[in-house]
Design a protein around this ligand. Structure first.
Ligand code: NOJ
Length: 511
């Protein structure tokens, strides 16, 4: 296990929207390099970079045309290596985004595979034997190739699924078993991509749709086996490299597949949305001040996952990512402060999505860009200052329009505002680095009273008390001590704590 993960706090950068230094309207690697000190000033010591590879951008780069080439709009491979080096000088690690489940339909492997002539890539993707064969249970593209056969897609129509084989074979005439040499070759090709970037200085990968490799693999045993092989390679050859899965099933991702971290999202109904985005416009979310949320339901889902995986890896909470509406679409500023206090004091490895530190707003109803659709509103340019395009770019045609509101938050106007989300995010991250009990490995004891909204959790010698309600509330205080950080007021007396509306207290236990 790379030991830097215990104190890691990640910052997710969507490169096209972060910082444009050459005035073409699109963020670039040079822009990221220029903002490394900013990332560091937040307290983040690791970056997850969304795909920066050559791509036709039908899905914002998750449709990779060449895994080993940086997209021209972001710079060159040398620029990326420079980013690794500059980041390392500042103590920042960089994870690239690995997209192992599919490529672009423009990838040279696919261009070869779709030809009638056989080649070493004929089985790199999943083709039926004839165009008349399109079993409805699989997502097939029909009649587009010279080759007689239909091919399976993994996500959008432009993203043919790579072939790692089938666990249950239902159509033996075209489905290969996972141990077929051509399926094993796909996994080797992906390891080759990983080695290519690790050798150049990358610190690991965020793995896209990590559970999607082997088909008809309901319990994901065969898919996990492939990742175990990858983890063995890392342990042997790159012991400091880390992988975080977009799997969202910690037991499978961490215990079975060997990932160091797994994102805690809702894919397997594990309760992430319950915290911040649950119900219509978040009205059932735990942190909604209306008191309709249910921390017990969250704890019942989360704690078994945590207990089962805590010795093998980390669950990763995120403020948001590029696929979900920003939390500003659901909760008010005070609630969002509590959300951040929660995310950055829980065990595991937390992720901050660019712009969430200043409370950037989800831009509703904007026209889709590069396959973003409803996700586009969370992908608008970073808001730096009051300059043109809020400091993102000097272009008249930025990648996406910036927030046009007169009171749009920017780094410049949030930084010195003592009542800002920025202040809370940076304060809490600093506390996380200061106290060992708040880091990834620390212990966790959850405390709540049945049917009540306020809750607390203890980590080592520290206790975090939360009152998400829009009114004062009293809860049992099993542990008391010195309040080292608070949002609002918390008065401790006679084994109880009385907390002001939407408040948080971080208490260091006496003795
Ligand atoms: C998950 C990524 O986060 C998303 O943005 C992408 O569209 C799909 N996987 C397909 O790669």
């Amino acid at each position: 296990m790379p030991n830097w993960l215990n104190d890691a706090v990640f910052y997710e950068i969507y490169p096209q929207s972060f910082c444009d230094t050459n005035g073409d309207g699109i963020g670039d690697i040079e822009g990221i390099i220029s903002k490394l000190d900013y990332v560091k000033s937040l307290g983040c010591n690791a970056i997850w970079l969304n795909p920066i590879y050559d791509s036709p951008f039908m899905d914002a780069g998750y449709d990779v045309r060449n895994y080993k080439k940086v997209a021209e709009r972001y710079g060159t491979n040398d620029d990326l290596v420079r980013l690794f080096n500059e980041a390392h000088k500042k103590g920042i690690k960089i994870l690239l985004d690995l997209v192992p489940g599919h490529t672009s339909d423009q990838h040279e492997w696919f261009l070869e595979a779709k030809k009638a002539a056989k080649s070493e890539y004929s089985n790199r993707y999943i083709f039926t034997k004839s165009v008349w064969d399109a079993p409805p249970q699989y997502r097939m593209m029909c009649g587009l190739c010279e080759r007689d056969g239909n091919y399976m897609v993994n996500y959008f129509s432009s993203q043919p699924a790579l072939n790692y084989g089938f666990h249950e074979i239902t159509h033996p005439e075209w489905q290969l078993p996972c141990d077929h040499p051509d399926c094993l070759a796909t996994a080797e090709a992906m390891k080759d991509v990983m080695r290519f970037w690790l050798d150049k200085g990358a610190d690991g990968f965020r793995v896209d749709m990590a559970d999607s490799l082997v088909k008809n693999d309901d319990d994901k045993i065969a898919t996990a086996k492939i990742w175990r092989g990858v983890r063995d390679m890392l342990d042997r050859e790159y012991p400091n490299a880390a992988m975080v899965a977009e799997w969202c099933n910690p037991e499978r991702a961490i215990n079975n597949a060997g990932f160091h971290m797994d994102f805690y999202l809702d894919h397997y109904g594990n309760g992430y949305s319950r915290l911040f985005r649950y119900g219509e416009f978040g009205d059932q979310a735990v942190f909604n001040p209306n008191g309709k949320g249910d921390i017990k339901a969250f704890a019942d889902e989360y704690l078994p996952n945590y207990e089962k995986t805590k010795d093998n890896g980390y669950i990763s909470f995120m403020t948001n990512n590029h696929d979900m509406p920003r939390v500003t679409a659901y909760l008010d500023k005070e609630a969002i402060k509590l959300v951040n206090a929660f995310i950055f004091t829980m065990p595991g490895v937390p992720f901050l999505y660019y712009g969430d530190e200043i409370g950037m707003r989800y831009q509703k109803g904007i026209v889709s860009k590069e396959g973003g659709y409803s996700r586009t509103g969370s992908r608008t340019p970073m808001q730096w200052n009051s300059g043109k395009n809020l400091g993102f770019s000097t272009s008249d045609e930025p990648y996406l329009a910036v927030d046009k509101s007169a009171d749009a938050p920017t780094v410049e106007n949030q930084k010195d505002d003592h009542d800002s989300i920025y202040k809370v995010v940076t304060d809490i991250i600093a506390l996380r680095h200061k106290y060992d009990d708040l880091k990834g490995n620390g212990e966790l004891e959850f405390m709540y009273e049945e049917g009540k909204i306020p809750f607390a959790y203890k980590r080592g010698n520290l206790v975090m008390y939360f009152n998400p309600l829009g009114e004062s509330a009293v809860m049992n205080a099993k542990y008391t001590g010195k309040t080292v950080y608070s949002l609002g007021n918390a008065e401790f007396a006679n084994g109880k704590v009385t907390m002001s509306p939407q408040s948080f207290a971080l208490v260091e236990i006496d003795g």
